[in-house]
Structure formats: C-alpha cells, structure tokens
Design a protein around this ligand. Structure first.
Ligand code: ATP
Length: 786
C-alpha cells in the first residue's frame, strides 16, 4: 500500500484500512451478483414466455435483448468493479464517502442510496480533477486496487489544505496508482484507464457532444485511451441521442482495431461500431493494397472531379444517328435528339441512375413519335379517303394518345431498344464504374484529363480482377452518391421495418409495465430515457440488431457521433466519406501531425477541417507521455527535431534507468542474429511483448526467423513477438521494441522521419536499434552494445 507522506498511517492502520475496504467491496460484489441473478431470471422468463404471433414474438425478442444487454453489462464490470473512493472535507455537502466504479449500484431498500457511482457521473469528477491546490472539497482521494474480488492495496492522497505536495510538477492525480498501471506488462490488448484518468484527459473525455473537437497530442499521451473513454462517456451522458444513431470509432487498420477492441466492452459499452475507413462500404472487402503513390493520388480531392467526369463519360450520345431495328422497321435517334435528352436529364441534377429515367423517357418519346408517324404514313398510303363523320375533325392524326402510349410501352419493353438506350446511358453500380475506369486506359485518360498529370494517371491503371483496396472505398462511396440508386424497393422495405420496430418498442414498454419485480423508481428511470419511438429506432425488431450493427450494414447510415483515431493518416477523400456519415458534425478527432506516415495524410488540422466547418472546430492538446520512458523519448526527440525544430515532444511521466541501445549488424546477417537479439529482449521484459519494426522488404524473412519465438503461434491474436512494418505498428505499443535498419525505414517512405519517430515511441520499457547501414546522426544518443 502506498500513501502520501503526510497521512500518518502506520502498517497496522493500513491493514485495517484494507480490511475495511474489503468489507465494502464485498458488499458491492454481493449487490452485483444479486443484480446479475435478477437479470438472468428475467432473461430465462422472457425466453420461456409463451405466445405465438408477431406481437408475442416481438415482445419476447424485446425482453430477451433488454435482459441480455443488462447481463452483458453486469458481467463486463467484474474486474475492477470499484476502484476509487472520495472523502470530503468537513462542511462539504457530502459528509459520507462516495465510492466510484465501472457502473452505478443502488440500495433499493434504503431509498435508492448510491452504493457505487458510475465513473461518468458528474459527482465522480473530483476523483479525476481534484488537486492539492484545488481540492474541490475533497479531503482524501483513495485508489482501491483489487485482484479479482480481493482488495490488495489502497493508495491515498490527502488533498485538503496544507497537504500540497501530493501532486508533482506534471499535476498527476493518483500518481502511485498511475505509475503502477503504467509499469504493468503489456498483453497485446489495450486496457482501459478508468481508474487513473488524468485531469487534462478528463476535460477532453467529458467535453460537450456537439461540434468538432481535435485532440492533438504526441506519442503515448493517451489519445486512443481518451477517445475510447469519451465514447463511453458520451453514450452514458447522451444515451437518448446516441442510442438511436450510434457512435462510430474509426481506426487505421484491423490490427489496431483488434488491439483496442476490448476497451469499450470492459467499460460496459457494446453499442459502438469500430471500423476502418476501408470497411465503410457494406458488402465489400478491401483486401488489396495500393502502392503509396496510387494511394496518395486516390486520396486527393481532385478525384471528385475525376469521378464526376467518369460518370459523365457514361452519359453518351451517338456520333452519327443511332439506328434501331424494331420489328423490321429502322427507327433513328439523331445526335441532336440525344443531346437534348441528355441536357434535360443532367439538368435535373439527379444522380446518374435516377436521371437516367428522364433520358430514357425523352428518347422513348422520340422513338414512339417516329413509330406513330411511320404507322400513319403506311395507313394513309394504303387506305382510300373515307369521308369524315359530322362530329369528327381532320387533325391529321389517325392514332390517339392511348395508341401512342401503347406503342411507347412496347418500345420500352423491346430488348433491342433497351440495349441501344442502355448503351447510351447505362444503369451502373459504383463497383462496375470504378473497375471499368481503373482498368481502361481510354476511360482513365478521358476522366483524368485536366485533373491529373499523365504519369499520375498511369499510376492508377490496374489489371482487371484486381482486389479492392482501402483507398478505393472512399471513391466507391463518392460514386454511390454520384450514381444514386433507384431506391423504391429499399424505401418500401424500410417502411415495413419501421412498422415492425414500432410494434416491438410498444412490446418492450408493455413488458416493463407488467413486470412486477421492477421497482417503481426503476420503471420511472426506464421510461424517463425510453419511449416507444426511441426504442423503435434503437432496435431492429426483425433482426434484433442494435444501431451500431444496423449502421454496419447500411452505407447511408448517419451516426450520432464519430470518433477518428490516428486521424492524421486520413486522405482528403477519407474525410469526405466520414463527413457524409456525420452530417451533424459531432466529432472527436484525435491524432498527431508529427506522426503522419501516409503520403495522403495531413500535416495540418486546419487544412483538413476548414473545408467542412470553417474555423468552428476546437483544438485540445495532450502534453504528457504515459507510454514511453524519458530515456527513449530523449532519443526520439532528436528525430522530432529533424522533422521540425519547432515541434516539442511530450513530457514522459516516468524514467526506467534503461538507456536505448544500438548496434551494427551487416544486413546479410540480420536474419541469423535476430532470434538471439529478441531472446535477450524477451528476457528483459519478463513475460511482456516484443516488436521488431522493419522496412517492408525485411518483414517476410524476419517473420520466418522469429516463428514461434516467445511461444507465439501463428493464430495468436496477441502475440508476444511481432514483426511489423511501421505503418502496421501505428497506435500500438510493446514492452520492448527493436528497430531494424532505421535508415531504410526512413528511405522507403515520403514521410520516413515521421515513421522512424513512430517506431521509436512504441516502447513502454526497452528500445534497441540494429543498424544495417551507416548510423544515423539523429540516433547517436543511443548506447553502443548488446
Ligand atoms: N491516465 C492514464 N492512466 C493509465 N494509463 C494511461 C493513461 N493515459 C494513457 N495511458 C496509457 O498510455 C499508453 C499510451 O496511450 P495511447 O495509446 O492512448 O496513446 P496515444 O496518444 O494514442 O499514442 P500514439 O499516438 O503513440 O499511438 C497506453 O498504454 C495507455 O493505456
């Protein structure tokens, strides 16, 4: 147990404190068990509940979903249920301590007295913000450390007047607990930081929902952790708004999403969609890879013009007159008629597939008229003059409007006519158009003229059958907008689903009304935040899907809030797809412009955002590095200075006494030596993780050499030893990092120094550098050896 120097607790006193906290924590777990049993019982009853028919089925599904969600939430908070306690100074509104944990628990038998307060509730805030200088009524902040359900320690800070000194120069809250958390071995999966959130992080996590907030921070400053805790906070605080539309968290790649995947469930939140930009086009797997040059060009805003041109290129008119053979007769569409039809269709400003109807209508009118004239002249040539009856006038027309409509209809169904008209203005999907464009030199040449240089155009050309790439996805999304789709059938399906959802929602509320075990207060709480409309939107009755799951299947879904991590890597086209998913512009954007590796990425937030929100975005900064020890940051700072002497590295929160090492190894020998190098690092991190960060062309050979190292198998989701290129290591962290051939890492990318900076800052404890070429000046601070 650690205590602040002035709390005067002796060893027997500490044991007594731990025992007292154990008693309370056991009571909380008892309450958790009771809640769990209740949810289980309700779930079983719901599953068993009889009745067939749609209403009964909707009710059963509703109740099952509600109780399963509750059960999942109660199970997710088992580890570290309670982690904090606040005692207030005399005269404060609260004279008894409050306990802070992963969710709220109440004592129904004592007027719903709070037993445990959710960390997101406003009353919990002083736990994260109070300092000795500004105690906010807090006399003592206590971190309670538990292992399973056992209290193993308490860390106290006395904050009331006269106790200054419990926070150091970085203004850390709960320093002992924080340092203990940071010293933990990494497992390969990110953990939550709910017990040790720091004040500058808390202010970002709890910021308002609306508007665009950019969080800029150097490596290890907790940007990812803050982004995820913000998602949990927003879902708790703005549940009503966000449950219906969902929250989207965007990360750079699937390795990263796996790494962060457990954080939100551990905070009891499962309603968030985690996705890369490349996964935002439902039904399409972007498994291919572009060259960096192609990815950069595809990411440019100029691609909007290229795609617009490519769509217009599919709206053609014949060079000469177009002749169509219909039932032995040749009908002719001359260029002028087609041009006028095209202008009319384009003039509607509808997307291509919807404007097509206008184009076809015009041409069918023209064909039908021709056909009628043809028929009339045949009739007139062959039939002798018949005198008019008294009530007839001679307007020259033998066929009336109904005949014209019939002829038009026949033409519209004639396969030859359809083929001819489709040839001029085809109905086309985004996939068909993009694939045709990127595999046809002629189409590419036409669409890129005036927008890309010839050599840039050539970079885009690819072979038919190539895999889709992540950089294709924003282009497909853009095309989906430009092309549009005839959505009559979709709208009918949606209306049907809304009717079902409404029936479902009413069912849920009925069940809550009938359930006698739900206490009145609880009923009030539920109906306070839910009504049938809200519930109907929230849950898909037909499929039992949540908003996040429905969003994953719907390209046109718009989210209540979008959080973007490693946002500096996104291209201009990526931003367009994200802005389309978030018309409310309620966004949290986290990143570090010093770490941009992608040539399509950004080095200025304004450069990206001004286009969408002018200057109405706010910037917050994180300044303390929780990951990388000072010894490693000193070395990394040299690289940062080479990137831009104006940039400042974040301040490390701890030192390890372990200097980074460097050693030369001839390139040909690296494969032979890497295993012994990694073995030393594995021993140094005692069960922690090791990453070997390499230039692309060493990845395969070194992975093969290190197969099985540290007991890692190919199926491991969280391997102890990983061999990665820098772009795949982005956002991740490891206990020890070995950077191989840093000069090649720098040389192989347009932003090579940024990549090196990222590589050096992945380590939580140890860093080694293996030079295969000349030593780099910026790394001269590392010690020779190993
Ligand atoms: N308040 C905190 N308490 C405990 N651990 C923290 C805290 N803040 C950050 N960390 C830890 O610091 C490490 C770095 O955090 P994170 O990955 O979120 O940083 P980042 O800013 O996204 O880094 P990068 O830009 O380098 O990817 C993680 O292990 C995270 O859990």
């Amino acid at each position: 147990m650690s205590v602040s120097p002035n709390d005067g607790t002796d060893s027997a006193g500490k044991s007594a404190e731990i025992a007292a906290e154990q008693e309370y924590v056991s009571l909380l777990y008892g309450k958790l068990d009771a809640e769990r049993e209740l949810a289980e019982r309700r779930l079983t009853e719901a599953l068993r509940s009889g009745g067939s028919g749609p209403q009964a089925q909707a009710e059963r599904e509703a109740a099952t979903a509600t109780h399963s969600d509750r059960l999942a939430q109660l199970s997710s908070v088992e580890q570290g249920l309670c982690f904090g306690r606040l005692d207030f100074s005399e005269g404060h509104d609260d004279d008894s301590p409050i306990y802070i944990g992963r969710l709220g628990l109440f004592d129904e038998s004592d007027d719903y007295k709070p037993l445990l307060i959710d960390w997101r509730a406003p009353v919990s805030r002083p736990f994260y913000l109070a300092t000795a200088a500004s105690p906010d009524g807090v006399q003592r902040r206590r971190h309670i450390r538990t292992l399973t359900r056992r209290v193993v320690g308490v860390d106290d800070e006395i904050l009331d007047l006269g106790s200054a000194g419990s926070s150091d120069h970085l203004g850390l809250a709960g320093e002992a607990a924080l340092l203990a958390a940071l010293e933990q071995r990494r497992t390969g999966a990110m953990s939550d930081i709910v017990a040790t959130i720091q004040a500058e992080q808390d202010r970002i996590i709890r910021a308002d929902l609306s508007g665009v907030m950019v969080v800029q921070g150097g490596p290890g400053t907790g940007k990812t952790a803050v982004a995820l805790h913000r998602a949990a906070f927003l879902l708790y605080t703005y549940r009503r708004q966000l449950d219906t539309r969902g929250v989207l968290v965007v990360g750079p790649n699937s390795t990263f999403l796996r790494y962060i995947g457990q954080v939100l469930p551990s905070l009891g939140e499962t309603g968030v969609l985690l996705s890369t930009v490349g996964e935002l086009f439902p039904g399409l797997a972007a498994t291919g890879a572009d060259s960096p040059e192609a990815a950069e060009i595809k990411g440019r805003l100029a691609m909007v013009d290229v795609l617009t041109a490519a769509v217009r290129d599919r709206q053609t008119v014949p060079d000469e007159a177009l002749e169509i053979l219909v039932e032995g007769e040749v009908l002719t569409l001359d260029r002028g008629v087609c041009e006028r039809a095209r202008e009319k269709a384009r003039g509607t400003l509808k997307p291509h597939n919807l404007a097509r109807r206008v184009f076809l209508d015009r041409l069918l009118d023209a064909l039908a008229e021709q056909s009628v004239q043809r028929l009339e002249s045949v009739v007139l040539d062959n039939v002798p003059d018949i005198p008019l009856a008294e009530d007839e006038s001679d307007d020259g027309d033998l066929l009336d409007a109904r005949d014209l409509a019939t002829i038009r209809q026949e033409l519209a169904e004639d396969p030859t006519v359809l083929t001819a008209l489709n040839g001029l203005w085809p109905k086309i999907t985004p996939q068909e158009l993009l694939s045709d464009l990127l595999t046809s030199p002629e189409r590419l040449d036409s669409a890129t003229r005036g927008h890309l240089a010839d050599d840039e155009r050539d970079v885009l050309l690819r072979l038919p059958g190539s895999l889709w790439t992540p950089a294709d996805v924003p282009l497909l999304d853009e095309l989906a907008e430009l092309l549009g789709e005839d959505d009559t059938a979709i709208r009918a399906r949606r209306a049907q689903r809304e009717r079902e959802d409404r029936a479902y929602a009413e069912g849920v509320l009925d069940i809550l009304d009938q359930d006698e075990e739900i206490f009145d207060e609880e009923r009030i709480r539920v109906s306070d935040v839910l009504d049938a409309d809200l519930l109907a939107e929230r849950q898909d009755a037909a499929s039992g899907l949540t908003a996040a799951q429905r969003a994953a299947q719907d390209r046109t879904w718009t989210f209540g809030h979008v959080i973007v991590d490693e946002a500096q890597e996104l291209s201009q086209m990526d931003w367009r797809i994200l802005m389309r998913r978030c018309p409310s512009r309620s966004m949290t954007i986290v990143g570090d412009v010093s770490q941009t590796g992608s040539p399509a990425g950004t080095s200025s937030w304004g450069g990206v955002l001004d286009r969408y929100v002018a200057d109405r975005w706010r910037l917050r900064e994180l300044t303390v590095n929780y990951r990388t020890p000072a010894e490693i940051m000193n070395l990394a700072a040299g690289v940062l200075a080479e990137i831009d002497p104006e940039l400042r590295a974040p301040t490390s929160v701890r030192e390890t006494g372990e200097q980074p090492w460097q050693r030369p190894v001839p390139r040909a020998d690296v494969a032979g030596e890497i295993r012994s190098i990694v073995d030393v690092e594995l021993a140094g991190v005692e069960g922690g993780t090791v990453a070997v960060l390499v230039p692309a062309d060493l990845e395969g050979s070194l992975s093969a050499e290190l197969a099985g190292a540290g007991g890692t198998t190919a199926e491991d989701d969280n391997p102890r030893v990983s061999v990665l290129t820098v772009d795949r290591a982005k956002g991740l962290e490891f206990d020890a990092v070995v950077v191989v051939a840093p000069d090649e890492v720098v040389a192989e990318s347009a932003r090579g120094l940024n990549d090196l900076y990222v590589a050096l800052t992945r380590a939580t404890k140890r860093l080694g550098i293996v030079h295969t070429g000349p030593r780099m000046g910026a790394l001269s601070g590392a010690e020779n050896g190993r």
